[in-house]
Write a protein of this length. Structure first.
Length: 606
């Protein structure tokens, strides 16, 4: 996590780095800082808290210079204080860093034994001291970097600015992502291409293990102790216009409302325009796949749980869904010719990346379902199915989830057709149901008054339960995650059938119970659970369709009636109410929906 940026330009560097950091704040927002060079000397400003705090510091005390580095932090080593805020400076060297230098304690002990004094609790500071000592000993910055890289272990990216070197940045990438931007007589570096979008779309992505020397005239890339390598320049698909909030209060609100397009674009990419059928991408196109293993984290994991239902019921393929963080630390047993699907919005979640590497090492072929085409997981996988949600900035994932579910559902239909499990007639019905979703999702967005009223109750609750069965179970889990991550209200998602095995003890008049219940094959059983909750004085909030409301609705105020859709695609539609209930509850509570405390969008630590 953490967002890093660097600039070599002809303009004042501080304002454009602050602007780039704003687009990286999704990666962390515990503290922020900038360093620039003017008259050969380093200048630095830092502030604890969100970027707005640094804005105020820089406004009061502007930073001169046309070259610099910047950082927005998600704390790992040391609390989010000014002293621990990046850039960290040692002598002539300023460093901004993302990830963890795993052997920092050993390196720090060695430096301390040599009399070096540390001013922060961070692992980053060792990099600044090691480079500064090498440069003071007479090495060029480039040679110092070449000597340093083999000494570091961990998953990290960092950028270095050296006093007296106004036309130089050093950048390194080990696992954590880093993109170099090339301008006209300017060079930039950032944690992703989105950060650089208004500055340039000419991007060179560093590969895992690369490090680079940037000058205004261009970039040279090296590996290990200085072996030069070629890296291709690409034109980023992200434009500056894609990175604003428009007329919405929050990115999350905007992204929830972009779901009809996210679903439609994903379908367009997955379905063949001529036949209307999805093609099964490599490596899922092999016959007789013994098992699909889905690895993911957070919301993407819940999308995987829905996918399991689809793969099993539409295509009859044995499927397991694994939390990436658990999978990678188990002695998993995987069958020969098995396929592992990594599902991830960012394509950078370290847990998921490590799970991909473990699955590969165990002989699995990997398909990535990913929203960022240039991401590490996309590049390390054997096949890629791109979700087309567009850049997602809200820390709470919304439109990317809708796109993941859409891609999974279309894929399961295609697999079912390919292995003969699904009739063409049913496949056509399901593809039609998918094609109708952008409109149905648009309709579901229009119950604002109802969502706001229910959210008012959720915002005041201490605990909230979310229940769902079958395909609605992952949506119940997702609803609970959305609520807790942006409102800090404790919420639990349960399989509705599990309620009687424990959670029912929690139910009283103070615990709202959100029940996800489209009329599907599980509906009657869920209806019994609704009665059980009501019989114990519980406050039911029912998300259902017209038939379900007729059967179960008691108080109009607490029933959201959604359009009727084929039950197979219902989870994609029922995402909308759980997202909006959480969003409006956050607005009601005044919490920051886009940047909830302690979180970061792209989790690149273990
Ligand atoms: O980028 P990824 O999809 O790999 O991210 C996985 C999780 O970190 C992510 O879904 C997280 O749970 C979100 N904050 C949920 O809203």
């Amino acid at each position: 996590m953490c967002g890093i940026v660097g600039a070599l330009t002809g303009r004042p560097a501080a304002p454009l780095m602050l602007d780039a950091l704003r687009r990286l704040e999704y990666r962390g927002y515990d503290s922020a800082g900038l360093a620039t060079i003017q008259d050969g000397k380093l200048h630095r400003r830092r502030a604890a808290g969100k970027l707005s705090e640094l804005d105020a510091v820089v406004a009061a005390d502007p930073l001169p210079g046309t070259s610099g580095v910047g950082h927005t932090r998600w704390a790992t080593h040391g609390p989010p204080t000014v002293e621990n805020a990046h850039p960290h400076i040692a002598g002539r060297v300023a460093v901004v860093h993302n990830g963890i230098i795993e052997n920092y304690a050993e390196l720090k002990a060695g430096l301390k034994a040599d009399g070096v004094t540390f001013t922060s609790d961070t692992d980053t500071e060792v990099v600044a001291h090691l480079l500064d000592r090498a440069i003071r000993a007479g090495q060029t910055p480039q040679a110092a970097m070449a000597a340093l890289m083999p000494r570091l272990t961990g998953a990290f990216a960092f950028v270095v600015l050296v006093a007296g070197e106004d036309d130089l940045l050093l950048a390194a990438r080990r696992v954590s992502p880093l993109a170099i931007g090339l301008g006209d007589g300017e060079a930039f570096v950032g944690s992703d291409a989105v950060a650089l979008a208004p500055l340039t779309r000419r991007i060179v992505y560093l590969e895992d293990g690369d490090w680079a020397v940037l000058r205004r005239s261009g970039v040279e890339v090296f590996r290990d102790a200085g072996v030069p390598v070629e890296r291709r320049e690409q034109i980023s698909t992200v434009s500056a216009a894609m990175v604003g909030k428009g007329n919405y209060r929050h990115f999350m609100e905007k992204e929830i409302h972009e779901q009809p397009e996210a679903i439609a674009h994903t379908l367009n990419a997955v379905l063949d325009p001529g036949t209307g059928r999805a093609t099964v991408p490599y490596p899922l196109d092999a016959p007789d796949i013994p098992k699909i293993t889905i690895v993911a984290a957070g919301t993407s994991y819940y999308a995987g749980l829905a996918a399991r239902y689809w793969f099993e019921s539409l295509a009859g393929i044995a499927t397991e869904v694994e939390l990436a963080s658990e999978f990678r630390d188990r002695d998993v047993v995987l069958p020969e010719r098995g396929v592992t699907i990594a599902v991830t919005q960012s394509g950078e979640s370290l847990d998921t990346l490590m799970a991909v590497r473990q699955a590969k090492a165990l002989g699995q072929r990997i398909l990535a379902i990913v929203n960022v085409p240039e991401s590490t997981i996309a590049r390390e996988s054997d096949g890629v199915l791109l979700t087309r949600a567009g850049p997602e900035f809200g820390v709470a994932s919304t439109k990317a989830t809708a796109a993941q579910l859409t891609a999974f559902c279309a894929l399961a239909i295609a697999l079912g057709r390919a292995n003969g499990r699904l009739s063409e007639e049913r496949a056509i019905e399901l593809r039609d149901a998918l094609a109708g979703l952008p409109s149905r999702v648009g309709e579901a967005l229009h119950h604002e008054a109802r969502y706001v009223r229910i959210a008012h109750d959720l915002a005041r609750a201490r605990d909230v339960l979310y229940l769902g069965r079958g395909l609605s179970y992952p949506i119940a889990l997702e609803g609970a995650l959305k609520l807790k991550e942006i409102t800090y209200v404790h919420a639990e998602g349960y399989a509705a059938g599990e309620m009687k095995h424990g959670p029912i003890a929690l139910i009283d008049e103070n615990v709202p119970v959100v029940i996800v219940a489209p009329t599907d094959r599980w509906f009657e059983k869920t209806a019994s659970n609704v009665s059980e909750v009501r019989a114990r004085g519980g406050r039911v909030i029912l998300l259902t369709d017209a038939a379900g409301a007729e059967r179960l609705g008691e108080s109009d105020d607490h029933v959201v009636v959604l359009p009727t859709v084929d039950p197979v695609v219902a989870p994609i539609l029922y995402l909308v109410p759980v997202q909006l209930l959480a969003y409006y509850a956050a607005v009601e509570k005044g919490t920051d929906a886009d940047q909830p405390r302690n979180l970061a969008k792209s989790v690149t630590v273990e």
